[in-house]
Write a protein that binds this ligand. Structure first.
Ligand SMILES: [Zn+2]
Ligand SMILES: [Zn+2]
Length: 136
């Protein structure tokens, strides 16, 4: 049941491995995700904290926490600026930007969230359940 995936940033200075089943996989259209990715939405997998192993580049990471937020910290490679996995301590989980994976994740996206913040040009219409904020 254990599936392993490798992930890395754009320049390859940071790499990691994840294992175990993903808790969830969502496209998030919130404003913070739009700003931090520069695109229409973020696509993030959530896994348990113990599921990540850093292979290299632990010291090559910067972090920015949105001042008015409890959870929103953007980790990034200090060489190339790619977003990196972020630990969410209160949840015992790690958010994995799906685009970092070098192998195909087993789980497919489940939903689109924060549709109330969605940019009008952002992709849409693939039949995934949509929510204005977090689903219950
Ligand atoms: Zn990099
Ligand atoms: Zn978001």
């Amino acid at each position: 049941m254990t599936t392993k995936h490798q992930g890395s940033c754009l320049c390859g200075e940071v790499s990691f491995e994840i294992q175990g089943e993903a808790i969830r996989f969502r496209h998030c259209h919130c404003k913070r995700c739009r700003k931090s990715t520069g695109t229409g939405h973020a696509s993030n997998l959530l896994i348990k904290s113990e599921g990540i192993t850093w292979i290299k580049g632990v010291d090559n990471q910067g972090a920015y926490t949105v001042p008015e937020s409890k959870h929103f910290t953007r980790h990034f490679c200090t060489t190339c600026g790619s977003p990196l996995p972020s630990e969410i301590e209160s949840m015992g989980a790690v958010l994995i930007p799906a685009g970092l994976l070098d192998t195909e994740p087993v789980m497919q996206p489940q939903s689109r969230i924060f549709q109330n913040s969605r940019a009008s040009w952002s992709c849409y219409g693939d039949g995934l359940p949509c929510f204005d904020e977090y689903p219950d």
